[in-house]
Design a protein around this ligand. Sequence first.
Ligand code: GCU
Length: 699
Amino acid sequence: LVHGAGTLVDTVLDEVAQAGVRHGGHLVHQEPGPAAEQPAVAGEADPGAEAFDLVLALRGTAPLPAQAASVEVEFRQRYAERADPLGDEGFVLARHGDTTVLLADAPNGLLYGLFHLVRLGESAFGADRPVERHRPAMRVRMLDHWDNVDVHHRMGQVERGYAGGSIFWQDGGPRRDPARVRAYGRLLAACGVNAVAVNNVNVHATEARLLTDRLGDVAAIAELLRPYGVRVFLSVSFAAPIVLGGLPSADPLDEQVRAWWAGTTAQVYGTIPDFGGYVVKADSEGQPGPFAYGRSHADGANVLAEALAPYDGVVHWRAFVYNHRQDWRDRSTDRARAAFDHFAPLDGQFRDNVILQVKHGPMDFQVREPVSPVIAAMPATRLAVEFQVTQEYTGQQRHVCYLGPLWREVLEFGPWGAGGPTVAAVAAGSTPGDAGPAAVAGAAGSASAAGGGLVAVSNVGDDPFWTGHPLAQANLYAFGRLAWAPELDPSAILDEWIDLTFVPSSTADPELLRRTLHEIMDDSWHTYEQYTAPLGVGFMVRPEHHYGPDVDGYEYTPWGTYHFADRDGIGVDRTRKSGTGYAGQYPQPWSDVYESPQRCPDELLLFFHHVPYGHLLHSGSTVIQHIYDTHFAGAERVAGMRQLWERLSTAGLVDPELDARVRERLDEQLRGAQEWRDQINTYFFRKSGVPDARGRRIH
Ligand code: GCU
């Protein structure tokens, strides 16, 4: 029984009808009367009502079906709540007798509740379940697509895309397969994602026009995603007033420029009333920005925010601003410092509807980085934390690298040490004032309007498996789940994903399937770290495409990504005492912890310090021996992953096409891991002259 009305309720009806058909059930839709006429309380329900296995009902409408009304009473008793305890997206779940009940305040909540039931599977229809309340920790759970409309870009249609062409754009226009885009909306809602930016943050000529004469293309996508509660955002060029408007300048303080943004934004909302807002990469890697006019990034962001404010739109302003034309000879400039140096002084100067979008680390989505100090530096600014689901630096969806554990580590990190808010709490809207348990409750409980949320660069394309490597789907799923509930255990998320993805179609031996996938995936991020760049030093990848090893590939380039290895040692001195001073951008205790080579965690040692190869780690090993050991071990573990998969193939537990795809990728991962091992070990053996203590073969 579905009790409610509206576009998303129609989606719920569709979903229930499809599931119902599979299970031979029948569906009843009840359109409720308005709340004001009859407040919903127990006892007012229709006593002669039919019994249902599942009741989904919008609260505040009357009369509530009998089973829903009794759950409503239990809910009010249990949570002793204010008038609007659930919000737009929350839901209540309970099971009594033979009926499972979902209640929500808004249709989006019913939809998320329904997908939660799908996750629970049979167990949602078994024993009684006392009433539970679910609400997202983050209000914004967004994916940025680095997709170009035009297919002829140097970087490919999807910049850093490893899953075929764009899911949104085809042959220079919107995809001519609306069913696929709609299915993508469904997938997003099932993961908990509620917003997407449909084009690349590097806005090229064709894509700039999505804001004006090609706005209809964006509206077409919004139309397909709307039934799944996914709002659409657009990456725009800061130079749009010049490029599209024909104005002589894009100076944010120029009246004509302000008027242009206001007028253009009014047209956008005239066409797409639930448009989310803009994403802007300004003064970064060649993109235009306010610096050209001697204005600050607050001036730049605010002019767009002002235009969006009347419609409740927001601007996601990216903090990824650094000098990409640095002189490698200059040891004092430090790319890691840049975001903090540019943005921390601007705290408090941004309008309320600016969300400053900060990459989780100070460099660029490396396999290991410290948490960005910007996250602790701007308590008076709405911050979103940006992750990279697309595996640019983590194996490009040819290598298995389950990123749930990395993100979990970032989210639970306390920038102010124990007792202060975590990164998750900051993204959900907490500030250092809300110390300790309150902040934790903030992260795990309801979304605050002040939080900028979590954003990630998408890994989806038009590939039949969505993500190139079928196992990379787990990263998309884990991102959505952690944005909803950052306290979830990545291994439990993997269980959900395995059951949702494989078990319905392959029930021969679900236990073997689950166990094997866990063995392959649980620790795959650490495995990837082992065979690539050591101890937080980062990069060492091939310039441009960033796949495969090239230890000195970036060493003498303008990109600011160096390791400084010589015959004596390796690492970047970022201390206050003798280095770039970056460690001083952290509050205590981290400022002191990172400053000290003795206290700095092993995995970040080379990010913060330049040390001799013989430096002793906390693990008891020297730096050079650690490099050898981890590289041998990492490649060996990949060989083990390859064999584990063989077990599933032999037992016929996975679909043959998927099996073939995964095998091909695992072969490539093994080749890649061996190449990494040999290049890194050989490089450091030649530099240091220190032999492997265990006498293994180094070339
Ligand atoms: C990385 C990536 C670029 C991207 C940039 C960004 O540097 O390699 O392709 O444009 O991040 O986040 O803007």
